[in-house]
Design a protein around this ligand. Structure first.
Ligand SMILES: *Cc1c(COP(=O)(O)O)cnc(C)c1O
Length: 387
């Protein structure tokens, strides 16, 4: 069956009431009929649920749907996207191992790779998203994993997944991708050789700004190791959040279609605005990695960015002048969102550090919502006139 159907029709549990919609199993533990059943469950000889830190039927449904959407063998759901990212790295590496990580990753992932993993003896080399020669040069005898995001945030650089697939096979290293920006609808890294894919379900998957969540899917042997680690350390997703997210997956395909159409229309229109130095969107032919984007993504995604000619001051004025778009650090919501990374998320970095990862002074990131595109455009254009 097609993805749209699988996301809607996959239901792993139904109670005695024969409800049509996914039931919510709010229970911390599960009971057994016999001592033998309970022994077998603890011995991993049966799939019976034991305790919701290990597994829960509502969470399992979300995991099952995500595996189908990503083409993965297995998965484990976590309380947030960062819990997914952290455990997908920490559960598989040990002291003395080396990680290659693309430099333009999500802020908390960057901190994890550069500040926290080294404390536990896991060494990390940051490489530029768009310079494959740096990746080759970074490989060492103890390199165990390569980690990346594509499209990157907020510069929307595109990394060639097929190239990294070949690279990781050649060096026999685990290929780990944060697929949050593309969503499982637009890009499936496993098709290009990825071993593990993580998501912040907080973004497009919920898509309605309600809950935090994360998930890791991929090769069964690796997910098993992540699961065994997590069931002891406890980053599990709550049943309630899984229930919300499982319902969200039923509409993900149609929502992503509209997010992408709105983002493309906004990007196309803004390319003509004379207050703007450049616009970046993966499916605009002017994007530096357009050829790679159209090869590995079905559509360009819901995020675009642009550079205001007036720099930092214009960026702040632009945000203040917006009437419809929300000023909030999130993305992937029904409501369109604008952010100015230089004065907010990346303000603690030095100017040189910001420029090194493409955070230019007048950079504005837009997450296109589901409002009528003409209303979004009208708000952006009136704000541009004031900056
Ligand atoms: C938001 C985000 C995360 C972290 O997810 P949380 O759910 O906030 O923990 C990780 N990666 C990317 C690309 C993100 O945008």
């Amino acid at each position: 069956m097609h993805k749209q159907t699988l996301a809607i029709r996959t239901q792993t549990a139904q109670s005695f009431e024969m409800e049509h919609s996914t039931p919510l199993y709010l229970t911390s533990s599960f009971t057994f009929d016999t001592a033998e059943d309970m022994r077998a469950a603890f011995a991993d000889e049966s799939d019976d649920n034991i305790y919701s830190r290990y597994s829960n039927p509502t969470v399992d449904e979300f995991v099952k749907k995500m595996c189908l959407l990503e083409g993965a063998e297995a998965g484990f759901a976590t309380a947030s996207g960062m819990a997914a990212v952290f455990n997908s790295i920490f559960a598989l590496l040990k002291a003395g191992d080396h990680l290659i990580c693309c430099s333009s990753v999500f802020g908390s992932t960057h901190a994890l790779a550069t500040k926290f993993l080294p404390k536990y003896g896991i060494e990390c080399t940051l490489v530029s998203s768009t310079k494959p020669e740096e990746w080759e040069a970074a490989v060492k005898l103890n390199t165990k994993m390569v980690y990346l995001e594509t499209p990157t945030n907020p510069q929307l650089e595109i990394i060639d997944l097929a190239w990294v697939g070949t690279f990781s096979k050649k060096h026999n290293i685990i290929f780990n991708v944060d697929n949050c920006f593309a969503s499982p609808i637009l890009q499936n890294p496993i098709e290009f050789g990825a071993d593990i894919v993580s998501h912040s379900a907080t973004k497009w998957i919920d898509g309605q700004g309600r809950v935090l969540g994360g998930i890791v899917v991929g090769r069964a042997d690796l997910i098993r190791d992540i699961y065994l680690f997590c069931r002891n350390t406890g980053p599990s997703m709550s049943a309630f959040n899984a229930w919300v997210l499982s319902k969200s997956l039923e509409t993900l395909d149609v929502r992503i279609e509209r997010h992408c159409a709105n983002a493309l229309a906004i990007a196309t229109k803004l390319e003509q605005n004379d207050k703007i130095a450049w616009v970046k969107y993966p499916f605009l032919p002017s994007h530096p990695q357009y050829e790679i984007a159209i090869k590995q993504m079905k559509k360009g995604g819901g995020v675009l960015c642009f550079e205001l000619k007036g720099g930092v001051e214009s960026g702040r004025k632009f945000l203040d002048a917006l009437e419809l778009l929300s000023m909030t650090p999130n993305l992937g919501d029904t409501r369109s969102i604008a952010s100015h990374p230089t004065s907010t998320t990346h303000s603690k970095l030095t100017e040189a550090e910001r420029l090194a990862i493409g955070i230019t002074p007048g950079l504005i990131r837009i997450s296109a919502g589901l409002e009528n595109v003409n209303d979004i455009l009208a708000d952006i254009e009136q704000a541009l006139e004031k900056c």
